[in-house]
Design a protein around this ligand. Structure first.
Ligand SMILES: Nc1ncnc2c1ncn2[C@@H]1O[C@H](COP(=O)(O)OP(=O)(O)OP(=O)(O)O)[C@@H](O)[C@H]1O
Ligand SMILES: [Mg+2]
Length: 284
């Protein structure tokens, strides 16, 4: 059975893409070559560009000879038809970390056609779930990067997911957003996907400030709203701090672990990844 984990928050700029990219790349190194796929559901195509460059991400028209996730969701094509294989180099970090491969189903500007509020964009909420079911077992793990709105594409991700990671950053309105997202997920769980659960709320871009502390402490209370959605007593996942290494890795089309394996940022993303994989039952 393939485990599906989505990085979701309707708020922009909190780290969905950064989290999905770094988690997927590290997970691919831990779970082995060809065992992890990253699906980019955002028309900005940032997750795709992180490994494949801008060209595919900028595409505005369909191309069924070279399909991406947008063409797959609109046709009989399989997710495997859209998979690009990214080589992850061997790393010299304490023990040697062997090379691996990560599969990416890219997102493009053309996803706009499927985007839009529920009932105006993609109407079928189970399309992605059905596509994943068709290839069940092909991957140990599928990671989805979601767009920053409660759209048809995000709905598709919520229907297809076993687990959701919710990134939050320090801020005044973070808890309002978290509450709204939780309320939406309660409805999805009741009506469309009873497997759906939050694997954890991930504090990202953390700084040593009172605002940051208050935000993340307030997040701890979210479990009371929907204990059925938050199976883990520890709501918060290991935090990642606001670090230059994150942007540096992105500008080199790399993940933090590959770019700066000895950085504090890499250590934080290793902790985060290990905890998510443990909670999902993918490692012991
Ligand atoms: N821990 C971090 N330290 C420093 N910069 C970070 C960190 N996490 C994310 N960023 C930066 O913050 C910006 C937003 O991050 P990201 O694109 O991952 O957010 P997002 O939630 O996917 O945004 P969107 O909603 O637009 O898709 C990026 O420029 C990214 O490099
Ligand atoms: Mg993003």
């Amino acid at each position: 059975m393939t485990v599906v984990i989505s990085f979701t928050n309707q708020k922009g700029g909190v780290g969905k893409t950064t989290g999905a990219v770094n988690f997927a790349a590290l997970a691919a190194r831990i779970l082995g070559p060809d065992q992890v796929a990253l699906i980019d559901l955002d028309q900005q195509g940032n997750a795709s560009a992180s490994f494949l460059g801008n060209e595919i991400a900028m595409r505005e028209k369909p191309n069924f000879d070279d399909p991406t996730i947008a063409e797959v969701l609109q046709s009989d094509l399989s997710l495997l038809d859209a998979a690009r294989v990214v080589e992850l180099p061997e790393l010299k970090w304490k023990n040697k970390i062997p090379a691996s491969t990560l599969h990416i189903m890219p997102g493009t500007g053309y996803l706009k056609q499927l985007e839009g509020p529920l009932n105006q964009g993609i109407n079928e909420l189970e399309t992605l779930h059905d596509k994943i079911t068709e290839i069940d077992g092909q991957y140990k793990l599928i990671v989805a990067d979601c767009p920053p709105n409660l759209s048809g594409l995000m709905a598709n991700a919520l229907v297809a997911s076993d687990w959701v990671v919710i990134p939050i950053t320090p801020g005044q309105f973070e808890i309002d957003g978290l509450t709204k997202l939780t309320q939406a997920m309660i409805r999805f769980k009741a009506k469309l996907n009873d497997r759906l659960a939050v694997i954890g709320v991930w504090p990202n871009k953390v700084r040593q400030t009172t605002l940051a502390r208050n935000t993340f402490e307030a997040a701890l209370g979210i479990r009371e709203l929907a204990p059925q959605l938050y199976p883990f007593e520890k709501v918060l996942l290991p935090a990642t701090y606001d670090r230059v290494a994150v942007g540096d890795a992105q500008s080199y089309q790399s993940d933090v672990m590959a770019h700066e394996p000895n950085s504090k940022s890499a250590a934080e993303f290793r902790n985060l990844t290990a905890e998510i994989l443990r909670r999902a039952g993918l490692i012991g």
